[in-house]
Each structure stands twice: as structure tokens, then as C-alpha cells.
Ligand binder design. Structure first.
Ligand code: SUG
Length: 444
């Protein structure tokens, strides 16, 4: 079967800000309190999407969520008009108010775990939206994400968009950021590597939270019927070093797995298990970067591994689309260059500016959800969300109209921001043809 790998990127929302909401995510902590530029952020994201679309890779847009999210604050007992709810929440419970304003849905690698139809026994593409329970602000995403994926992939004969796993710590799940699929070709049967940080029942004593449990990975593989799952433990040292998701130290596609020496708790067992699962299908190509060449600290700071590893139509070798921060870090840059000069699976490295997102710990790979689709599946997705030159132009104009060029965390309390974001989202629902009831505020 032939298939392609499409990307669905999260569109940055108008409340993109540096509120320091993610412990263990070093960039989010270091930049806490700084002013953001939501307009630059959304335009950077759109430019990246356009670049992929121009390479001939199908690109979809996932709409931002309703923020500030007043239903969450109402559920905590704040009442009155929406403006009053916000004002009261900022006064009495500022941490909850800040969580209700985050634009963190932009990191679509955390939207869901995806199993392509070729790997699922019922021949459908399966999605489990991530419950993201580890961080308060992210735990507010999964319901809207589920709605969003059902809008993008509406045909239940081809797509199974499950509900998120129960939102409890035992089943903590962060989606595709901890999943890598390897296969001879996108359309061929694959091996599904699911990386977890802790066991649901162990006492976690790491410096930072481990956001994914083994039990969550197992439940997802089970409900998707995913063939050839490999469960691997993420190295505790990697989590302690700021790799809050596996995709901060590892990326893979087709037969290539690029990873940092310290990515897995038991590297040999992990690679052996991948080889065994791939037996008879393909020979995995392991590309390891040592801690001597690239200390973990530089890997986390430069986000070399948070690159998009792309199969570009017409090119034999893979293209690595890395953040500009990789080029600016001498060790990471040298490591990236050496990938190309050796005769390995990666033929070219390109760089992309997603600085606004990077300052919250989100590189190119965080911003996209990969979905392997057959031709028919691709054509049954909502075409209004597929990026082409026309949609790109419309979304740039829309962003110029609604997005601020400067937003400080304190500005999130501005009642005018609520009016602006709703205006922006109303217009966006029309542009992407999402229907008039896509956001909760549109239903009241
Ligand atoms: O979950 N940052 C996100 C970054 C997610 C990156 N995704 C992947 N690695 N796939 C997170 O830590 C920061 C928001 C703030 O601090 O305002 C934040 O949520």
C-alpha cells in the first residue's frame, strides 16, 4: 500500500505567552515572565507549514483552542459575566487563571498518538488524544482536541478518534511526542516505539515530572490494536536533564532512528527490541549521537532532536528540518553537519525559525502531529484545513488583524483580550469551515 505522511500543525493562539507553566521544561522556566510576540509566533508557525506544503508534503492546520477558557474557571466556582469570571479568577486564583489562558495546544505533537491504518487490524487510522494530566494548563486541552480531530477526520469508516485515556496520573499521556513509528515505507507495516518515563505504581523520585506512564502506552497500543509495539523506558537522566518528552532526544522516520546516547534507560534492550520487532519487514538504521559529541545539556538547549525528519518527494535521503537554535550551538551544528557527511539515511539539514515557540520549549517537531494516510484517507480529511497558497494568505491576513505584537503574562488579565480572541476564533471557524458551534463560547 502506498501512503504519505501528512502533518497537522497547531496554529499558535492569540494568547501565546511566557507564563512559566511547565516544570521540567527548561525553556518555559527560563523565559517565564518575558514578553511574547503572538503575531510573530503564529506567522513563524505558518511559514513552517508553508515550507512543508511547498516541498509537496500535505499540511493541515489545527485551530487554536478557546482561551481564556472561562468554562474551566466557572467550574471552579467563579461566576458572573465572562469578564467578571476572569477578573475574579485573576484576583483569587491567578495560577488557575494563567492555566486557562495558555496557548499550549499549538504543540500538536502532544495532541494525540496516531496509529496508521496499515498497522491497525480494523484498517482504520486510530487516534488517542493525549490527556496531558501532568500539567494543569495542558490538561484543559483534550476535549477540544478530540473535537478538532473529529472535524479534521470526519469519516468514522476510515478514522477512529477515541476519547482520551482517563485523566488520572496512572494513565498520564503526552501523545505522539513519545511515539516513533519506523517502517520500510510510510505505507508498509511498521514498528511502533512507545516511550514511557515511569510506571504507574512506582514512587517517582526524579527531579522533574515523568509525564508518560508505561500503562498509558500499553492501553493505547491495546485499544488501537497497534501491531508490533515496542515499549521503552526513557532514561531518568534525560528527564532530569530537561527532556520532558522523548522527542527532545529522539526522532525517527522510515527506517531511521536518530537518538541521543542518553535517550533510553536501557539502550541495548531498546535497540534489540526494535530489531526483533522489525524482523522480516526492514532493517532499522540506528543513528546515535554520543554525549561526548553533544552533551545532553546542548541537546536540550539546541533541540537538534526536535527536528522534523522528512521524506521529501523526489529525494532518496531524508531531510532534517531543525530549529535555528541548532545552527547557533557549535556542538549541535557540528553534530548536524556530521549526519550529512557520513553516508547515513539523512541527506540534508535545513533550518527553520520558530523562536517564539522554542522559548516555551517547542521546536519544529513539537508543532506538528504526523499522520500517515493513504490517498483515500487524505482526500476524506477536511479540505478547508489543508494549507495551500490561498489558505496561507488568508491566515496571514487574519493573524495581522487579530494578533498582538507584544503580550506580557500580566496582559492575560486584560478583558479586551477575551474580546479579541473570540473575534479571531469566530473568523477562523469560517475560514476553516469548522461549523458555527466548534468552540464552547459559540454555543452559548
Ligand atoms: O508541554 N510548553 C510545552 C512544550 C511542549 C513541547 N512539545 C513537545 N516536546 N512535543 C510543554 O511543556 C509552556 C507554556 C508556558 O509556560 O506558558 C508549555 O506548555
Amino acid at each position: 500500500m502506498t501512503a504519505i505522511e501528512a502533518n497537522a500543525d497547531g496554529l499558535v493562539g492569540p494568547t501565546h505567552s511566557y507564563a512559566g507553566l511547565s516544570p521540567g521544561n527548561i525553556a518555559s522556566q527560563v523565559n517565564a515572565g518575558e514578553a511574547s510576540n503572538p503575531r510573530a509566533a503564529v506567522l513563524q508557525g505558518l511559514a513552517k507549514m508553508k515550507r512543508l506544503a511547498d516541498l509537496g508534503i500535505p499540511q493541515f492546520v489545527l485551530p487554536p483552542h478557546e482561551r481564556p477558557f472561562t468554562p474551566f474557571l466557572r467550574a471552579l466556582g467563579f461566576s458572573g459575566t465572562d469578564a467578571e469570571v476572569l477578573e475574579r479568577a485573576w484576583k483569587d486564583a491567578p495560577a488557575f487563571a494563567a492555566a486557562a489562558c495558555s496557548s499550549s495546544q499549538m504543540w500538536a505533537a502532544n495532541a494525540a498518538t496516531v496509529t496508521p491504518s496499515v498497522d491497525a487490524p480494523d484498517g482504520r487510522v486510530h487516534f488517542t488524544p493525549a490527556n496531558l494530566v501532568t500539567n494543569l494548563h495542558r490538561s484543559l486541552e483534550h476535549e477540544q482536541t478530540t473535537r478538532s480531530l473529529r472535524r479534521l477526520f470526519p469519516d468514522p469508516r476510515r478514522f477512529a478518534v477515541h476519547d482520551a485515556l482517563n485523566p488520572v496520573a496512572h494513565l498520564a499521556d503526552e501523545g505522539a511526542a513519545n511515539h516513533v513509528r519506523l517502517a520500510a515505507e510510510h505505507g508498509a507495516p511498521g514498528v511502533n516505539l512507545l516511550v514511557w518515563g515511569r510506571d504507574a505504581w512506582e514512587r517517582w523520585e526524579g527531579k522533574y515530572p515523568a509525564r508518560q506512564t508505561l500503562e498509558a502506552c500499553q492501553a493505547i497500543a491495546r485499544r488501537h490494536g497497534a501491531n508490533r509495539p515496542v515499549f521503552a523506558r526513557q532514561a531518568r537522566a534525560a528527564i532530569d536533564g530537561g527532556a520532558f518528552h522523548n522527542d527532545v532526544v529522539c526522532v525517527g522516520t522510515r527506517t531511521a532512528l536518530l537518538f541521543h546516547e542518553l535517550a533510553f534507560e536501557d539502550k541495548k534492550a531498546t535497540l534489540d527490541a526494535i530489531r526483533a520487532a522489525a524482523e522480516g519487514l526492514f532493517a532499522p538504521e540506528f543513528v546515535e549521537i554520543s554525549a561526548a559529541d553533544l552533551p545532553l545539556e546542548d541537546a536540550v538547549r539546541s533541540y537538534l532532536f526536535n527536528s522534523q525528519l522528512l521524506v521529501v518527494p523526489g529525494e532518496d535521503r531524508l531531510v532534517l528540518l531543525a530549529p535555528t537554535e541548532t545552527a547557533e550551538n557549535p556542538r549541535a551544528h557540528a553534530a548536524a553537519q556530521s549526519l550529512v557527511t557520513t553516508n547515513g539515511p539523512i541527506g540534508r539539514v535545513e533550518y527553520v525559525d520558530v523562536r517564539q515557540s522554542m522559548r516555551n520549549g517547542g521546536g519544529p517537531a513539537c508543532l506538528r502531529l504526523r499522520v500517515v494516510l493513504t490517498e483515500q484517507e487524505l482526500h476524506s480529511a477536511n479540505a478547508f484545513q489543508r494549507l495551500n497558497a490561498g489558505l496561507y494568505g488568508r491566515l496571514c491576513e487574519w493573524a495581522e488583524r487579530w494578533y498582538r505584537e507584544e503580550l506580557r503574562p500580566a496582559d492575560l488579565a486584560d478583558p479586551q483580550l477575551l474580546t479579541e480572541t473570540r473575534g479571531a476564533l469566530d473568523q477562523l471557524t469560517a475560514i476553516l469551515n469548522l461549523g458555527g458551534d466548534f468552540y464552547p463560547f459559540q454555543r452559548t
